[in-house]
Design a protein around this ligand. Sequence first.
Ligand code: C5P
Length: 345
Amino acid sequence: MTVRAPAKINLQLAVGPRRADGYHDLVTVFHAISLSDEVTVAPAASARVTVSGEGAGRVPGGNDNLALRAAAALARAAGLDGGAGAVEITIRKRIPVAAGLAGGSADAAAALVACNELWKTGLSQRELCEVAAGVGSDVAFALLGGTAVGRGRGERLTAVLASGEYHWVLAFADGQLSTPLVYETLDRQRAARGDRGPGNAVGSGGSVPVPGPGPDPASPGAAAAAVPEGSGAAGSGPGLNAELMTALRSGDPAAVGRELGNDLQPAALSLVPGLRKTLAAGLELGALGALVAGSGPTCVFLAADAGRALDLAVSLSGAGVCRAVARATGPAPGAAVIDAPSAAP
Ligand code: C5P
C-alpha cells in the first residue's frame, strides 16, 4: 500500500507566547505543495523502517521515526495489539529533512492513511486527524492538504477556499534547523525586547485579531472535512491576516506575495544569517514575495506564473545562495493512496 503526502509551507505563521506545555499557540495558514514523499507499508513480523532518497541518512530510525510512531498510534487507536499492527515502512524522500517543510509530518500522515487501508481499520478522516494530532503538530494538515488555517499547536484546522494555482521556488540550505531551537530563539528575542508578542510580532504581516471563535473565512463545505475548532482563545492570541485571506480568495499572487509573513523568520535568520542573502537574491530576481519556510532553513519564493518560476529557479541556482533549488505548485492534495495491492481473487 503506497501513499503520497505533501510538504507544506506556511503563508502566515503568527506565534503566540510559550504555553505551560512548552508549545506555542499559533495562527497559521498552511499551504500544501507538490513536493512530496512516498510511503509504502506492508505486513511484517515486527515494525521496521527503511528510508531512501533526499537526506535519507538523517531520518531517525526506530521509535523516533514519525511514520513508525504514527503507525503505532493508529494500531493503539484501532485496538490492534501485539503483532497485529506490525508493519514494514519504506519511505522514499524528496522533502528535505529538518528543512521547515514538515517532511517528517508528511511521512507520518502517509503512514496513517496507508495503515488505515492496509488494516481496514476504517477510521474517518476526522478520526485520523485526531490520531495525527497526537503524533505531531503538522501531521493533521498533511492529511488534509490544500490551504488551511491552523490554530492551537497547528493541529486545529479549517480549510480555506483559495483560488488559483501558485508557483513556488524553493531554495534548500546546506544545514538543518531544529524546530524547538528556533522557537526557543524567538522566545529569547522577544524576552530581550520585553515583548510577549501574540499578534504584533515582527514579520506577522498585517495580522489582525480574530473577533471571536467564529469560522474563518473558509468554504463551509470544505471546512466540514477538517477537524472542527474548539473554543479558540480568540482575541488574546495571534491573529489571522485578513488581507492574506482576501488575496487567497481572489487568487491574486501579487497580493499573496505581499502578505506572506512568518514570526519564526527573525529567529531562523539569527541562527543562519546567510539566509538573508538568499531571501534578498530571490526578491531582486523578481519574486512576488519571499520567506523562510516554517522554522527554516528552506527559503520559498512566490512567482507570478510557471514561466517566471522557471526563470527564477534558474537564476537562483546560478546565484550561489543555496544548496539546491526546486519548483513546486500549490495547493496540493493531502495524503492519498497512489498504489494499492489488488484484492485477492
Ligand atoms: O509537534 P511537533 O513535534 O512537530 O513540534 C516540534 C517542536 O516544535 C515542539 O517540541 C516545540 O518545541 C515546537 N513547537 C512549538 N509550538 C508549536 C509547534 C511546535 O513550540 N505550536
